[in-house]
Write a protein that binds this ligand. Structure first.
Ligand SMILES: [Fe+2]
Ligand SMILES: [Fe+2]
Length: 478
């Protein structure tokens, strides 16, 4: 992860903590108290640092803080403060603040006044309006209070969702086009695929939660193509966690997109066959990694790119102990790309509806099954990183709760411990289906005193409820 990103995450948490501290201190002490002076100076410092001479926007959307449109990540220790602030703003009908540049010119004493006004705004019936008027009267023109707008997500988030959705659709179309071309004309260009891989890498670096949500897209008819895109995205999310460089991530994305290109030579009847495959049919299916290599070599791309992207697809059905297929005497150890692909490919296949399997597994079941094979089928350390990344209940899992409710896992606010997710409750849409309900942070609920935290009973496969989790992630962009 680049240094600046880590720094901005760190500063984001520090900024909310500093504001929280200032708001509390002015309530307890006189304005000339040293503690008040120190806390307003601390808030001044952190906002100046974060704004870097530009305007700074802090917003809450769907129970999360966003700073300059970037979701704020924080650690468990900061939970209580963040949660307090996540209640403090909406209590006053506020979505957030816009600090105008140049913030460095703002006098620290003005920040004390600002904190008082914010606390006092609760006495009025319409806090945002009162705040707007009083801020103007006091000459605090460097800050705008943002009124709560329940429907609109921050524009940058919306833009990213649009880009992610478009990239996903484009990627499916591109894989399909390349597969069609190689099967009819023998070769195809990869310029579009390379551009897409770059966009996917950018998106993953900005916010992998959204992309993990997208990987819950399933298309039975276009299985091979949506599967290829899902595998590429899962590989990228894991690659990012492992700290792979931009160029390696791009090559990993291309390997993911084309890992099953060899399936163009497997007959549709076998690919779509309901029920178990015969010995001969499996034989045919098992040829696709090798065929894939040949097909990739025929692509119109540079030698270097081809050399760097063939190994993963060749090895993606090879196990860590070198069992699996294709049978080979050349490979002594499966390459990093091969191992990452094997994990992402197995996970996506296990959680997809496939004709040859009697039932589909929920994401948490799939991870447990895979963990049982750690060290044999999968490299244990890599699989551990993958499981840590996905969380106990991966994003897109539907959970049954002891409250009788059902919820969709949408995020893990605590990056360090992915056990109790942020969920979106599924509400009855009155037509026999489901619609978005309230968002609940299960981890925060557990820490809150005086409330009974909901407990997770089990994961349910979305197909049994007839819903596509991905649609809930993309609803705002339709
Ligand atoms: Fe495959
Ligand atoms: Fe695959």
């Amino acid at each position: 992860m680049p240094k600046r990103k880590t720094e901005s995450e760190h500063l984001g948490g520090r900024c909310i903590r500093a504001l929280h501290h200032l708001l509390n201190t002015v309530q307890i002490h006189q304005d000339n108290n040293q503690l008040v002076k120190e806390s307003s100076a601390a808030f001044h410092r952190v906002v100046s640092l974060m704004s870097e001479g530009e305007d700074l926007k802090i917003q809450i959307w769907r129970g999360r803080f966003y700073i300059q449109g970037e979701k704020l990540l924080y650690r468990k220790e900061t939970f209580p403060i963040i949660n307090e602030m996540l209640e403090y703003f909406p209590q006053r009908g506020l979505e957030g603040f816009h600090f105008l540049s140049p913030f460095t010119d703002v006098a620290p004493d003005d920040l004390t006044t600002f904190a008082h006004l914010l606390n006092d705004s609760l006495i009025d019936e319409n806090p945002p309006e009162w705040l707007e008027k009083t801020l103007k009267e006091k000459g605090l023109s460097w800050v705008n209070a943002l009124k709560e707008q329940k429907k609109e997500p921050p524009s940058l988030v919306l833009k990213r969702k649009e880009r992610a959705k478009q990239a996903y659709i484009d990627a499916v179309v591109t894989v399909k086009e390349v597969a069609d071309k190689v099967s009819h004309q023998g070769a195809a260009g990869v310029r579009k695929a390379r551009r897409l891989a770059q966009t996917m890498v950018d998106l993953v670096r900005e916010d992998d939660t959204l992309l993990l949500g997208l990987t819950t897209i399933r298309d039975y008819d276009d299985y091979t193509y949506t599967h290829s895109v899902n595998v590429a995205l899962l590989c990228l999310c894991l690659g990012k966690r492992l700290g792979l460089s931009h160029i390696f991530l791009e090559q990993l994305a291309i390997s993911g997109l084309f890992h099953d290109l060899g399936k163009v030579e497997v007959s549709k009847d076998i690919l779509m066959k309901p029920g178990t495959l015969s010995g001969e049919e499996w034989e045919e299916m098992r040829k696709h990694p090798l065929t894939g290599v040949r097909r990739i070599l025929w692509l119109h791309a540079s030698r270097t790119l081809k050399m760097r992207t063939i190994l993963g697809p060749f090895e993606h059905h090879l196990n860590a102990d070198l069992s699996g297929y294709p049978e080979t005497h050349f490979v002594q150890q499966v390459s990093l790309f091969g191992q990452i692909l094997h994990i992402a490919d197995t996970y996506d296949a296990l959680t997809s509806e496939r004709g040859y399997r009697p039932r589909t597994f929920t994401p948490d079941e799939a991870l447990r099954m895979m963990w049982a094979e750690a060290g044999k089928k999968f490299d244990a350390l890599l699989l551990k990183s993958f499981i840590n990344m996905m969380g106990l209940y991966p994003i897109g899992t539907i959970l049954e709760l002891d409250s009788g409710e059902m919820g969709l896992v949408v995020d893990y606010p605590d990056e360090s411990e992915r056990t109790r997710p942020l969920i979106m409750l599924l509400a009855d849409d009155g037509k026999g289906g489901y619609t978005r309900g309230e968002t609940v942070d299960l981890a925060a609920e557990e820490l809150k005193k005086g409330t009974t935290a909901r407990e997770i009973l089990r994961g349910i496969h979305p197909s049994s409820l007839g819903i596509q989790p991905s649609l809930f992630f993309l609803e705002d962009v339709n």
